[in-house]
Design a protein around this ligand. Structure first.
Ligand code: PLP
Length: 453
Protein backbone atom coordinates (compact mmCIF):
# COMPACT_ATOMS: atom_id res chain seq x y z
CA UNK A 1 0.00 0.00 0.00
CA UNK A 2 1.17 3.50 -0.80
CA UNK A 3 0.05 6.11 1.69
CA UNK A 4 1.31 8.90 3.91
CA UNK A 5 1.14 8.57 7.67
CA UNK A 6 -0.39 12.03 8.00
CA UNK A 7 -1.00 15.08 5.82
CA UNK A 8 2.25 16.56 7.15
CA UNK A 9 4.27 14.08 5.08
CA UNK A 10 2.79 15.49 1.86
CA UNK A 11 4.42 18.90 2.34
CA UNK A 12 7.14 19.85 -0.17
CA UNK A 13 8.39 18.27 -3.40
CA UNK A 14 6.31 20.74 -5.39
CA UNK A 15 6.61 20.79 -9.19
CA UNK A 16 8.78 23.10 -11.28
CA UNK A 17 6.84 24.34 -14.32
CA UNK A 18 8.15 26.20 -17.38
CA UNK A 19 6.53 29.51 -18.32
CA UNK A 20 5.73 29.47 -22.03
CA UNK A 21 4.05 32.77 -22.84
CA UNK A 22 4.54 35.55 -20.32
CA UNK A 23 8.35 35.47 -20.48
CA UNK A 24 8.65 34.54 -24.17
CA UNK A 25 10.29 37.87 -25.09
CA UNK A 26 12.95 37.59 -22.38
CA UNK A 27 16.08 35.47 -22.98
CA UNK A 28 16.46 32.42 -20.72
CA UNK A 29 14.40 29.56 -19.30
CA UNK A 30 11.86 30.57 -16.65
CA UNK A 31 10.70 27.87 -14.26
CA UNK A 32 8.11 28.50 -11.58
CA UNK A 33 8.00 26.43 -8.39
CA UNK A 34 4.29 26.10 -7.82
CA UNK A 35 3.94 26.01 -4.06
CA UNK A 36 0.15 25.77 -4.02
CA UNK A 37 0.66 22.02 -4.49
CA UNK A 38 1.34 21.88 -0.75
CA UNK A 39 -1.63 20.58 1.32
CA UNK A 40 -2.35 24.02 2.75
CA UNK A 41 -1.96 25.53 -0.75
CA UNK A 42 1.12 27.59 0.11
CA UNK A 43 4.86 27.45 0.68
CA UNK A 44 4.26 28.27 4.33
CA UNK A 45 3.31 24.65 5.10
CA UNK A 46 7.06 23.98 4.98
CA UNK A 47 7.83 26.45 7.77
CA UNK A 48 4.66 25.75 9.77
CA UNK A 49 5.65 22.13 10.31
CA UNK A 50 9.34 22.91 10.89
CA UNK A 51 8.63 25.62 13.46
CA UNK A 52 6.23 23.36 15.39
CA UNK A 53 8.68 20.43 15.36
CA UNK A 54 11.59 22.62 16.45
CA UNK A 55 9.46 24.07 19.30
CA UNK A 56 8.69 20.51 20.39
CA UNK A 57 12.39 19.64 20.29
CA UNK A 58 13.54 22.65 22.32
CA UNK A 59 10.74 22.06 24.85
CA UNK A 60 8.93 25.38 24.33
CA UNK A 61 5.87 23.51 23.00
CA UNK A 62 4.52 20.86 25.35
CA UNK A 63 1.63 18.39 24.95
CA UNK A 64 -1.75 20.15 24.93
CA UNK A 65 -0.05 23.52 24.39
CA UNK A 66 -1.26 26.53 22.41
CA UNK A 67 0.52 27.85 19.31
CA UNK A 68 0.32 31.66 18.98
CA UNK A 69 1.32 33.46 15.81
CA UNK A 70 0.79 36.65 13.85
CA UNK A 71 0.14 35.55 10.28
CA UNK A 72 -1.35 36.79 7.02
CA UNK A 73 -2.99 33.42 6.76
CA UNK A 74 -0.60 31.13 4.95
CA UNK A 75 1.73 30.47 7.87
CA UNK A 76 -1.34 30.01 10.04
CA UNK A 77 -2.52 27.35 7.63
CA UNK A 78 0.77 25.45 7.87
CA UNK A 79 0.75 25.74 11.66
CA UNK A 80 -2.91 24.74 11.87
CA UNK A 81 -2.28 21.59 9.80
CA UNK A 82 0.57 20.58 12.08
CA UNK A 83 -1.47 21.48 15.18
CA UNK A 84 -4.45 19.42 14.00
CA UNK A 85 -2.30 16.35 13.40
CA UNK A 86 -0.30 16.76 16.62
CA UNK A 87 -3.15 17.89 18.92
CA UNK A 88 -2.28 21.54 19.74
CA UNK A 89 -4.54 24.60 19.94
CA UNK A 90 -3.88 27.65 17.72
CA UNK A 91 -4.53 31.36 18.33
CA UNK A 92 -3.63 33.63 15.38
CA UNK A 93 -3.58 37.39 15.04
CA UNK A 94 -3.89 38.90 11.58
CA UNK A 95 -4.67 42.27 9.97
CA UNK A 96 -7.87 43.51 8.38
CA UNK A 97 -6.00 43.84 5.04
CA UNK A 98 -5.97 40.06 4.61
CA UNK A 99 -8.59 38.25 2.54
CA UNK A 100 -11.65 37.17 4.50
CA UNK A 101 -11.25 33.76 2.85
CA UNK A 102 -7.89 33.25 4.55
CA UNK A 103 -9.41 33.99 7.98
CA UNK A 104 -12.36 31.67 7.31
CA UNK A 105 -10.02 28.85 6.27
CA UNK A 106 -7.99 29.18 9.48
CA UNK A 107 -11.18 29.08 11.54
CA UNK A 108 -12.29 25.98 9.57
CA UNK A 109 -9.10 24.27 10.74
CA UNK A 110 -10.01 24.97 14.34
CA UNK A 111 -7.88 28.05 14.98
CA UNK A 112 -9.03 31.11 16.90
CA UNK A 113 -8.33 34.20 14.73
CA UNK A 114 -8.10 37.77 16.04
CA UNK A 115 -8.26 40.44 13.30
CA UNK A 116 -6.29 43.63 14.15
CA UNK A 117 -6.21 47.02 12.36
CA UNK A 118 -3.65 47.14 9.50
CA UNK A 119 -2.79 50.75 10.21
CA UNK A 120 -1.92 50.27 13.91
CA UNK A 121 1.83 51.07 14.03
CA UNK A 122 4.35 48.63 15.52
CA UNK A 123 4.31 50.23 18.98
CA UNK A 124 0.47 50.40 19.13
CA UNK A 125 -0.99 47.76 21.55
CA UNK A 126 -3.58 46.90 18.84
CA UNK A 127 -0.83 46.02 16.33
CA UNK A 128 -1.04 42.33 15.39
CA UNK A 129 2.53 41.60 16.55
CA UNK A 130 1.84 43.27 19.90
CA UNK A 131 -1.42 41.37 20.43
CA UNK A 132 0.27 38.02 19.69
CA UNK A 133 3.09 38.91 22.06
CA UNK A 134 0.72 39.87 24.87
CA UNK A 135 -1.37 36.68 24.45
CA UNK A 136 1.74 34.52 24.66
CA UNK A 137 2.26 35.89 28.19
CA UNK A 138 -1.39 35.57 29.19
CA UNK A 139 -2.22 32.06 27.88
CA UNK A 140 -0.59 29.31 30.00
CA UNK A 141 1.45 26.61 28.21
CA UNK A 142 1.63 28.67 25.02
CA UNK A 143 4.45 29.43 22.60
CA UNK A 144 4.76 32.50 20.36
CA UNK A 145 6.07 31.01 17.11
CA UNK A 146 7.12 34.38 15.59
CA UNK A 147 7.90 33.49 11.97
CA UNK A 148 9.68 36.84 11.60
CA UNK A 149 12.56 36.14 13.95
CA UNK A 150 12.29 32.35 14.38
CA UNK A 151 15.22 30.97 12.35
CA UNK A 152 13.43 27.63 11.90
CA UNK A 153 11.60 29.56 9.17
CA UNK A 154 14.64 30.01 6.92
CA UNK A 155 16.00 26.66 8.07
CA UNK A 156 12.92 24.95 6.56
CA UNK A 157 13.82 26.47 3.17
CA UNK A 158 17.49 25.62 3.61
CA UNK A 159 16.52 21.99 4.26
CA UNK A 160 13.74 21.58 1.68
CA UNK A 161 13.13 24.34 -0.90
CA UNK A 162 16.82 24.83 -1.72
CA UNK A 163 17.71 21.14 -2.22
CA UNK A 164 14.54 20.53 -4.25
CA UNK A 165 15.41 23.36 -6.68
CA UNK A 166 19.03 22.23 -6.93
CA UNK A 167 17.97 18.69 -7.86
CA UNK A 168 15.03 19.69 -10.08
CA UNK A 169 17.24 21.96 -12.23
CA UNK A 170 19.95 19.32 -12.42
CA UNK A 171 22.29 21.89 -10.79
CA UNK A 172 21.79 24.27 -13.75
CA UNK A 173 19.97 27.09 -11.93
CA UNK A 174 21.59 30.51 -12.53
CA UNK A 175 19.02 32.84 -10.89
CA UNK A 176 16.70 32.40 -7.92
CA UNK A 177 13.81 34.88 -7.66
CA UNK A 178 11.19 35.27 -4.92
CA UNK A 179 9.04 37.86 -3.20
CA UNK A 180 10.29 38.82 0.26
CA UNK A 181 8.29 39.18 3.47
CA UNK A 182 9.69 37.54 6.60
CA UNK A 183 12.83 36.80 4.58
CA UNK A 184 12.61 33.06 5.24
CA UNK A 185 12.02 31.93 1.66
CA UNK A 186 14.67 34.15 0.15
CA UNK A 187 17.40 33.66 2.76
CA UNK A 188 17.08 29.94 3.56
CA UNK A 189 16.84 28.83 -0.07
CA UNK A 190 19.57 31.22 -1.21
CA UNK A 191 21.92 30.00 1.55
CA UNK A 192 21.61 26.47 0.27
CA UNK A 193 21.86 27.35 -3.42
CA UNK A 194 24.84 29.67 -3.02
CA UNK A 195 26.60 26.98 -0.97
CA UNK A 196 26.26 24.67 -3.98
CA UNK A 197 27.19 27.35 -6.52
CA UNK A 198 28.17 30.85 -5.32
CA UNK A 199 27.57 32.26 -8.83
CA UNK A 200 23.79 31.82 -8.50
CA UNK A 201 22.18 35.26 -8.32
CA UNK A 202 19.33 35.79 -5.86
CA UNK A 203 16.80 38.47 -6.74
CA UNK A 204 14.14 39.63 -4.27
CA UNK A 205 10.85 41.26 -5.21
CA UNK A 206 9.44 43.81 -2.77
CA UNK A 207 6.36 46.08 -2.75
CA UNK A 208 6.45 49.85 -3.14
CA UNK A 209 5.61 51.00 0.39
CA UNK A 210 8.04 48.54 2.02
CA UNK A 211 11.36 49.54 3.61
CA UNK A 212 13.29 46.41 2.55
CA UNK A 213 14.81 47.60 -0.75
CA UNK A 214 16.21 50.80 0.69
CA UNK A 215 17.55 48.90 3.71
CA UNK A 216 19.37 46.45 1.43
CA UNK A 217 20.89 49.30 -0.60
CA UNK A 218 21.79 51.75 2.17
CA UNK A 219 21.55 49.89 5.50
CA UNK A 220 19.09 52.57 6.60
CA UNK A 221 15.63 51.91 8.08
CA UNK A 222 13.79 54.74 6.36
CA UNK A 223 10.23 54.94 7.63
CA UNK A 224 9.43 57.68 5.08
CA UNK A 225 9.45 54.80 2.53
CA UNK A 226 6.69 52.96 4.44
CA UNK A 227 3.07 53.30 3.37
CA UNK A 228 0.26 50.82 3.05
CA UNK A 229 -0.07 48.73 -0.08
CA UNK A 230 -2.30 45.84 -1.11
CA UNK A 231 -0.12 42.84 -2.05
CA UNK A 232 -0.43 40.38 0.82
CA UNK A 233 2.50 38.65 2.51
CA UNK A 234 5.34 40.70 1.00
CA UNK A 235 7.32 43.76 2.09
CA UNK A 236 7.86 45.03 5.64
CA UNK A 237 8.03 48.05 7.87
CA UNK A 238 10.45 46.18 10.16
CA UNK A 239 13.56 44.10 9.44
CA UNK A 240 12.72 40.49 10.47
CA UNK A 241 15.49 38.35 11.95
CA UNK A 242 15.14 35.80 9.12
CA UNK A 243 16.73 38.18 6.63
CA UNK A 244 20.39 37.94 5.78
CA UNK A 245 20.83 40.53 3.05
CA UNK A 246 24.23 39.10 2.08
CA UNK A 247 22.29 36.29 0.42
CA UNK A 248 20.23 38.70 -1.72
CA UNK A 249 22.01 40.28 -4.69
CA UNK A 250 19.36 42.78 -5.72
CA UNK A 251 15.81 43.85 -4.78
CA UNK A 252 13.21 45.14 -7.24
CA UNK A 253 9.97 46.88 -6.21
CA UNK A 254 6.58 46.46 -7.92
CA UNK A 255 3.18 48.18 -7.72
CA UNK A 256 -0.14 46.78 -6.52
CA UNK A 257 -1.70 47.35 -9.94
CA UNK A 258 0.99 45.65 -12.03
CA UNK A 259 1.05 42.69 -9.61
CA UNK A 260 -2.73 42.25 -9.73
CA UNK A 261 -2.87 42.42 -13.53
CA UNK A 262 0.02 39.96 -13.80
CA UNK A 263 -1.85 37.42 -11.62
CA UNK A 264 -4.67 37.52 -14.15
CA UNK A 265 -2.24 36.97 -17.02
CA UNK A 266 -0.64 34.01 -15.21
CA UNK A 267 -4.07 32.39 -14.89
CA UNK A 268 -5.26 33.16 -18.42
CA UNK A 269 -2.04 32.63 -20.36
CA UNK A 270 -0.29 29.88 -18.39
CA UNK A 271 -3.21 28.23 -16.54
CA UNK A 272 -1.46 28.87 -13.24
CA UNK A 273 -3.98 30.24 -10.73
CA UNK A 274 -1.96 31.91 -8.01
CA UNK A 275 -2.15 34.46 -5.20
CA UNK A 276 -1.26 38.16 -5.33
CA UNK A 277 2.46 37.79 -4.55
CA UNK A 278 2.88 35.48 -7.57
CA UNK A 279 1.82 38.36 -9.82
CA UNK A 280 4.34 40.54 -7.99
CA UNK A 281 7.25 38.17 -8.57
CA UNK A 282 6.48 37.70 -12.28
CA UNK A 283 6.06 41.46 -12.71
CA UNK A 284 9.48 41.76 -11.03
CA UNK A 285 10.93 39.34 -13.61
CA UNK A 286 9.66 41.51 -16.49
CA UNK A 287 11.10 44.63 -14.85
CA UNK A 288 14.48 42.90 -14.35
CA UNK A 289 14.59 41.37 -17.86
CA UNK A 290 17.98 42.95 -18.61
CA UNK A 291 19.58 40.77 -15.93
CA UNK A 292 18.99 37.55 -17.91
CA UNK A 293 20.72 35.99 -20.94
CA UNK A 294 19.76 33.09 -23.21
CA UNK A 295 21.66 30.71 -20.89
CA UNK A 296 19.86 31.82 -17.74
CA UNK A 297 17.91 29.17 -15.84
CA UNK A 298 15.65 31.20 -13.60
CA UNK A 299 13.67 29.59 -10.77
CA UNK A 300 10.78 31.66 -9.46
CA UNK A 301 8.76 30.92 -6.32
CA UNK A 302 4.97 31.21 -6.57
CA UNK A 303 3.89 31.25 -2.93
CA UNK A 304 0.18 30.44 -2.83
CA UNK A 305 -3.10 29.67 -4.62
CA UNK A 306 -5.57 32.07 -6.27
CA UNK A 307 -8.66 30.73 -4.50
CA UNK A 308 -7.90 32.91 -1.47
CA UNK A 309 -8.06 36.06 -3.62
CA UNK A 310 -11.33 35.46 -5.51
CA UNK A 311 -13.00 38.46 -3.88
CA UNK A 312 -9.97 40.65 -4.61
CA UNK A 313 -7.66 40.51 -7.63
CA UNK A 314 -9.93 38.08 -9.49
CA UNK A 315 -13.01 40.24 -8.93
CA UNK A 316 -13.62 42.92 -11.59
CA UNK A 317 -15.45 45.28 -9.24
CA UNK A 318 -12.61 45.17 -6.67
CA UNK A 319 -10.10 45.85 -9.45
CA UNK A 320 -12.15 48.65 -10.99
CA UNK A 321 -12.75 50.32 -7.61
CA UNK A 322 -8.96 50.64 -7.25
CA UNK A 323 -8.51 51.94 -10.78
CA UNK A 324 -6.67 48.75 -11.84
CA UNK A 325 -8.93 48.00 -14.81
CA UNK A 326 -9.23 51.51 -16.27
CA UNK A 327 -7.15 50.67 -19.34
CA UNK A 328 -9.46 47.81 -20.28
CA UNK A 329 -11.95 48.49 -23.08
CA UNK A 330 -15.43 48.27 -21.56
CA UNK A 331 -17.82 46.20 -23.70
CA UNK A 332 -21.57 45.59 -23.65
CA UNK A 333 -20.80 42.11 -22.28
CA UNK A 334 -18.98 43.60 -19.29
CA UNK A 335 -21.80 46.07 -18.66
CA UNK A 336 -24.37 43.25 -18.73
CA UNK A 337 -22.25 41.15 -16.34
CA UNK A 338 -22.18 44.03 -13.85
CA UNK A 339 -25.94 44.56 -13.77
CA UNK A 340 -27.64 44.03 -10.41
CA UNK A 341 -31.10 43.42 -11.96
CA UNK A 342 -30.49 40.64 -14.46
CA UNK A 343 -34.06 40.28 -15.81
CA UNK A 344 -35.30 42.88 -18.28
CA UNK A 345 -38.16 44.98 -16.89
CA UNK A 346 -40.39 45.90 -19.86
CA UNK A 347 -43.85 47.26 -20.67
CA UNK A 348 -46.43 45.72 -22.97
CA UNK A 349 -48.02 47.90 -25.67
CA UNK A 350 -51.50 46.95 -24.40
CA UNK A 351 -51.16 47.93 -20.72
CA UNK A 352 -51.99 51.42 -19.49
CA UNK A 353 -49.34 54.07 -19.04
CA UNK A 354 -50.14 54.31 -15.32
CA UNK A 355 -49.56 50.55 -14.82
CA UNK A 356 -46.25 50.65 -16.68
CA UNK A 357 -45.16 53.68 -14.65
CA UNK A 358 -46.06 51.88 -11.39
CA UNK A 359 -43.56 49.14 -12.35
CA UNK A 360 -40.85 51.68 -13.17
CA UNK A 361 -41.43 53.37 -9.80
CA UNK A 362 -41.29 50.08 -7.91
CA UNK A 363 -37.99 49.09 -9.57
CA UNK A 364 -36.60 52.63 -9.43
CA UNK A 365 -36.12 52.77 -13.22
CA UNK A 366 -35.91 55.87 -15.40
CA UNK A 367 -36.71 54.14 -18.70
CA UNK A 368 -38.02 50.77 -19.88
CA UNK A 369 -38.46 49.20 -23.33
CA UNK A 370 -41.86 48.23 -24.69
CA UNK A 371 -41.62 44.62 -25.86
CA UNK A 372 -43.97 42.65 -28.12
CA UNK A 373 -43.18 39.04 -29.11
CA UNK A 374 -39.57 39.46 -27.92
CA UNK A 375 -39.08 42.53 -30.14
CA UNK A 376 -38.55 46.07 -28.88
CA UNK A 377 -41.35 48.11 -30.44
CA UNK A 378 -41.00 51.29 -28.39
CA UNK A 379 -39.88 52.80 -25.11
CA UNK A 380 -41.19 54.83 -22.21
CA UNK A 381 -39.11 57.18 -20.14
CA UNK A 382 -39.73 59.36 -17.08
CA UNK A 383 -39.15 62.41 -19.24
CA UNK A 384 -41.61 61.25 -21.93
CA UNK A 385 -44.30 60.42 -19.35
CA UNK A 386 -43.99 63.89 -17.79
CA UNK A 387 -44.38 65.54 -21.22
CA UNK A 388 -47.51 63.46 -21.94
CA UNK A 389 -49.15 64.23 -18.59
CA UNK A 390 -48.38 67.95 -18.90
CA UNK A 391 -49.99 67.84 -22.30
CA UNK A 392 -53.08 65.95 -21.09
CA UNK A 393 -53.47 64.18 -17.69
CA UNK A 394 -55.88 61.68 -19.28
CA UNK A 395 -52.90 60.08 -21.04
CA UNK A 396 -52.39 58.12 -17.82
CA UNK A 397 -55.12 55.68 -18.88
CA UNK A 398 -53.94 55.46 -22.48
CA UNK A 399 -52.44 52.25 -23.83
CA UNK A 400 -48.65 52.30 -23.82
CA UNK A 401 -48.58 51.38 -27.53
CA UNK A 402 -50.41 54.60 -28.41
CA UNK A 403 -48.11 57.00 -26.52
CA UNK A 404 -44.72 55.26 -26.43
CA UNK A 405 -41.50 56.73 -27.76
CA UNK A 406 -39.05 55.25 -30.29
CA UNK A 407 -37.62 51.75 -29.64
CA UNK A 408 -34.14 51.57 -28.08
CA UNK A 409 -31.33 50.75 -30.53
CA UNK A 410 -29.92 47.21 -30.37
CA UNK A 411 -26.16 46.55 -29.97
CA UNK A 412 -24.08 43.36 -29.91
CA UNK A 413 -22.26 42.05 -26.81
CA UNK A 414 -18.98 43.11 -28.45
CA UNK A 415 -20.02 46.78 -28.78
CA UNK A 416 -17.64 49.03 -26.85
CA UNK A 417 -18.60 51.75 -24.39
CA UNK A 418 -17.61 54.27 -27.10
CA UNK A 419 -19.98 52.61 -29.62
CA UNK A 420 -22.82 52.67 -27.08
CA UNK A 421 -22.11 56.25 -26.01
CA UNK A 422 -22.60 57.39 -29.61
CA UNK A 423 -26.17 55.98 -29.54
CA UNK A 424 -27.08 57.62 -26.24
CA UNK A 425 -28.40 61.19 -26.29
CA UNK A 426 -31.20 63.26 -24.77
CA UNK A 427 -33.85 61.53 -26.95
CA UNK A 428 -32.45 58.04 -26.42
CA UNK A 429 -31.21 57.06 -22.96
CA UNK A 430 -30.52 53.33 -23.38
CA UNK A 431 -29.66 50.47 -25.75
CA UNK A 432 -30.72 46.83 -25.77
CA UNK A 433 -28.42 43.83 -26.12
CA UNK A 434 -29.15 40.12 -26.57
CA UNK A 435 -27.23 38.08 -23.99
CA UNK A 436 -25.56 34.73 -24.58
CA UNK A 437 -28.55 33.11 -22.87
CA UNK A 438 -30.83 34.53 -25.57
CA UNK A 439 -32.60 37.00 -23.26
CA UNK A 440 -32.62 40.80 -23.63
CA UNK A 441 -30.73 43.14 -21.33
CA UNK A 442 -30.71 46.92 -21.18
CA UNK A 443 -27.70 49.24 -20.90
CA UNK A 444 -28.59 52.72 -19.71
CA UNK A 445 -26.72 56.00 -19.62
CA UNK A 446 -26.33 55.40 -15.86
CA UNK A 447 -24.71 51.94 -16.42
CA UNK A 448 -22.18 53.51 -18.78
CA UNK A 449 -21.28 56.28 -16.35
CA UNK A 450 -21.02 53.81 -13.44
CA UNK A 451 -18.63 51.55 -15.37
CA UNK A 452 -16.36 54.38 -16.41
CA UNK A 453 -16.37 56.69 -13.39
C1 PLP B 1 1.54 34.95 -0.25
C2 PLP B 1 2.92 35.22 0.27
N1 PLP B 1 3.86 35.56 -0.60
C3 PLP B 1 5.12 35.83 -0.21
C4 PLP B 1 5.50 35.78 1.13
C5 PLP B 1 6.91 36.10 1.51
O1 PLP B 1 7.64 34.98 1.94
P1 PLP B 1 8.66 35.08 3.16
O2 PLP B 1 7.86 35.45 4.38
O3 PLP B 1 9.25 33.73 3.30
O4 PLP B 1 9.66 36.14 2.86
C6 PLP B 1 4.51 35.44 2.08
C7 PLP B 1 4.79 35.43 3.51
O5 PLP B 1 3.92 35.53 4.35
C8 PLP B 1 3.20 35.13 1.64
O6 PLP B 1 2.22 34.79 2.49
Amino acid sequence: MKYYNSIIETVGNTPLVKLNKITKDIPGTFLVKVEYFNPGNSIKDRIGIKMVEDAEKDGSLKPGGTIIECTSGNTGMGLALAAAVKGYKCVFTTTDKQSKEKVDILRALGAEVIVCPTNAPNEDPRNYHQVAHRLSHEIPNSVFINQYDNLSNREAHYKTTGPEIWEQTDHKITHYVTTIGTGGTVTGTSMYLKEQNPAIRTLGVDAYGSILKKYKETGEIDMTQAYSYLVEGIGQDIIPGNFDFDYIDYIEQVTDKDSALMCRRLAKEEGIFCGYSAGAVIQGILQMKDQFTKDSVVVIILHDHGSRYIAKIYNDDWMRDRGFLKDVIVTAQMLVDRKKISELVAASPTETLVDAFARMKQMNLTQIPVMENEVCVGSITEHGILQLLMDNPNHRDNEVGKVMGKPFPVVTLQATAADIAKLINKDNTAVLVKTNLGSWSIITEFDLIEAMA
